[in-house]
Design a protein around this ligand. Structure first.
Ligand code: FES
Length: 156
Protein backbone atom coordinates (compact mmCIF):
# COMPACT_ATOMS: atom_id res chain seq x y z
CA UNK A 1 0.00 0.00 0.00
CA UNK A 2 1.25 3.46 -0.89
CA UNK A 3 1.64 6.30 1.57
CA UNK A 4 3.00 9.86 1.50
CA UNK A 5 6.41 10.40 3.03
CA UNK A 6 6.56 12.28 6.32
CA UNK A 7 7.68 15.39 4.43
CA UNK A 8 4.76 15.24 2.00
CA UNK A 9 2.31 14.61 4.86
CA UNK A 10 3.57 17.82 6.45
CA UNK A 11 3.12 19.69 3.14
CA UNK A 12 -0.42 18.37 2.88
CA UNK A 13 -1.30 19.41 6.42
CA UNK A 14 -0.01 22.91 5.70
CA UNK A 15 -1.88 23.01 2.40
CA UNK A 16 -5.14 22.00 4.05
CA UNK A 17 -5.02 25.08 6.26
CA UNK A 18 -5.63 27.20 3.14
CA UNK A 19 -8.92 25.50 2.20
CA UNK A 20 -12.33 25.58 3.85
CA UNK A 21 -12.74 21.79 3.57
CA UNK A 22 -10.43 18.84 2.89
CA UNK A 23 -12.36 18.13 -0.30
CA UNK A 24 -11.56 21.57 -1.68
CA UNK A 25 -7.85 20.74 -1.60
CA UNK A 26 -8.10 18.05 -4.27
CA UNK A 27 -5.99 19.73 -6.96
CA UNK A 28 -3.01 20.59 -4.73
CA UNK A 29 -3.20 17.13 -3.18
CA UNK A 30 -3.03 15.57 -6.63
CA UNK A 31 0.04 17.72 -7.33
CA UNK A 32 1.65 16.45 -4.14
CA UNK A 33 0.77 12.90 -5.12
CA UNK A 34 2.31 13.32 -8.55
CA UNK A 35 5.43 14.84 -6.99
CA UNK A 36 5.69 11.94 -4.57
CA UNK A 37 4.77 8.98 -6.78
CA UNK A 38 5.57 10.24 -10.29
CA UNK A 39 2.27 9.13 -11.76
CA UNK A 40 -1.33 9.41 -10.67
CA UNK A 41 -2.39 5.78 -10.94
CA UNK A 42 -5.71 4.35 -9.81
CA UNK A 43 -4.01 3.30 -6.58
CA UNK A 44 -2.80 6.87 -6.04
CA UNK A 45 -6.30 8.22 -6.76
CA UNK A 46 -7.77 5.88 -4.16
CA UNK A 47 -5.15 6.96 -1.65
CA UNK A 48 -5.92 10.65 -2.30
CA UNK A 49 -9.65 9.95 -2.00
CA UNK A 50 -9.05 8.40 1.42
CA UNK A 51 -6.93 11.34 2.54
CA UNK A 52 -9.56 13.88 1.58
CA UNK A 53 -12.61 11.86 2.46
CA UNK A 54 -14.10 11.92 -1.04
CA UNK A 55 -15.03 9.19 -3.49
CA UNK A 56 -12.37 7.64 -5.72
CA UNK A 57 -14.73 8.30 -8.64
CA UNK A 58 -14.61 12.04 -7.94
CA UNK A 59 -10.82 12.00 -7.74
CA UNK A 60 -10.75 10.02 -11.00
CA UNK A 61 -13.01 12.54 -12.75
CA UNK A 62 -10.72 15.42 -11.76
CA UNK A 63 -7.39 13.66 -12.35
CA UNK A 64 -8.41 12.53 -15.82
CA UNK A 65 -9.80 15.96 -16.80
CA UNK A 66 -6.52 17.87 -16.43
CA UNK A 67 -3.70 16.97 -18.82
CA UNK A 68 -1.08 18.07 -16.29
CA UNK A 69 -1.63 14.94 -14.24
CA UNK A 70 0.39 11.98 -15.49
CA UNK A 71 -1.84 8.93 -15.49
CA UNK A 72 1.02 6.82 -16.80
CA UNK A 73 4.80 7.26 -16.71
CA UNK A 74 6.30 10.10 -18.74
CA UNK A 75 9.81 10.64 -20.03
CA UNK A 76 12.64 12.50 -18.32
CA UNK A 77 11.57 15.37 -20.56
CA UNK A 78 7.82 15.66 -20.92
CA UNK A 79 6.91 17.79 -23.95
CA UNK A 80 3.49 19.44 -23.95
CA UNK A 81 2.66 21.18 -27.21
CA UNK A 82 -0.23 23.62 -27.26
CA UNK A 83 -2.92 22.79 -29.81
CA UNK A 84 -5.36 25.62 -29.08
CA UNK A 85 -6.33 28.38 -31.51
CA UNK A 86 -3.49 30.92 -31.31
CA UNK A 87 -0.85 28.24 -31.44
CA UNK A 88 -2.70 26.34 -34.15
CA UNK A 89 -2.83 29.50 -36.30
CA UNK A 90 0.87 30.12 -35.72
CA UNK A 91 2.08 26.64 -36.70
CA UNK A 92 1.63 24.56 -33.55
CA UNK A 93 0.48 21.57 -35.55
CA UNK A 94 3.68 21.71 -37.59
CA UNK A 95 5.69 21.69 -34.36
CA UNK A 96 3.78 18.70 -33.05
CA UNK A 97 4.16 16.78 -36.31
CA UNK A 98 7.86 17.55 -36.37
CA UNK A 99 8.30 16.31 -32.79
CA UNK A 100 6.46 13.08 -33.60
CA UNK A 101 8.79 12.42 -36.53
CA UNK A 102 11.94 13.49 -34.75
CA UNK A 103 11.23 11.46 -31.60
CA UNK A 104 9.54 8.54 -33.39
CA UNK A 105 6.57 8.58 -31.02
CA UNK A 106 2.92 9.57 -31.09
CA UNK A 107 1.04 11.66 -28.56
CA UNK A 108 0.86 9.91 -25.21
CA UNK A 109 3.98 7.82 -25.86
CA UNK A 110 7.47 7.72 -24.37
CA UNK A 111 10.65 7.11 -26.36
CA UNK A 112 12.14 3.63 -25.77
CA UNK A 113 15.05 5.13 -23.81
CA UNK A 114 12.63 6.94 -21.49
CA UNK A 115 14.08 10.33 -22.35
CA UNK A 116 11.11 12.02 -24.02
CA UNK A 117 7.34 11.85 -23.85
CA UNK A 118 4.98 13.90 -25.95
CA UNK A 119 1.45 15.18 -25.66
CA UNK A 120 -0.76 17.90 -27.10
CA UNK A 121 -2.47 20.12 -24.56
CA UNK A 122 -4.93 22.96 -24.45
CA UNK A 123 -3.91 26.60 -24.06
CA UNK A 124 -0.74 27.11 -22.01
CA UNK A 125 -1.65 30.77 -21.40
CA UNK A 126 1.13 31.91 -23.66
CA UNK A 127 -1.02 32.86 -26.65
CA UNK A 128 0.85 36.11 -27.35
CA UNK A 129 4.03 34.17 -28.02
CA UNK A 130 2.50 31.31 -29.98
CA UNK A 131 3.28 28.65 -30.86
CA UNK A 132 4.28 27.47 -27.42
CA UNK A 133 5.18 24.28 -25.60
CA UNK A 134 6.35 23.29 -22.18
CA UNK A 135 9.10 20.84 -21.36
CA UNK A 136 8.59 19.78 -17.78
CA UNK A 137 7.98 23.09 -15.99
CA UNK A 138 9.72 25.37 -18.51
CA UNK A 139 8.06 27.38 -21.28
CA UNK A 140 9.35 27.57 -24.86
CA UNK A 141 7.72 30.20 -27.04
CA UNK A 142 7.66 31.67 -30.56
CA UNK A 143 8.64 28.24 -31.78
CA UNK A 144 9.59 27.09 -35.22
CA UNK A 145 11.09 23.82 -36.36
CA UNK A 146 14.66 25.16 -36.16
CA UNK A 147 14.16 26.35 -32.58
CA UNK A 148 12.67 23.00 -31.61
CA UNK A 149 15.68 21.20 -33.07
CA UNK A 150 18.06 23.40 -31.08
CA UNK A 151 16.07 22.89 -27.88
CA UNK A 152 16.09 19.10 -28.27
CA UNK A 153 19.81 19.06 -29.04
CA UNK A 154 20.50 20.90 -25.79
CA UNK A 155 18.57 18.46 -23.61
CA UNK A 156 20.97 15.93 -22.15
S1 FES B 1 -3.31 29.07 -27.65
FE1 FES B 1 -1.38 28.23 -27.28
S2 FES B 1 -0.75 29.19 -25.49
FE2 FES B 1 -2.78 29.89 -25.75
Amino acid sequence: MIEFSTQTKKKLEECLTHYPTRQAALLPTLWLAQEEFGTVTLEVMEYVAGLLDISPAHVYSVATFYTMFHLKPVGKYHLQVCRTLSCALMGGERILDHLKKRLGIEEGEVTPNGKFSLCAVECLASCGTAPAMMINEKYYENLDVQKVEKILDELK
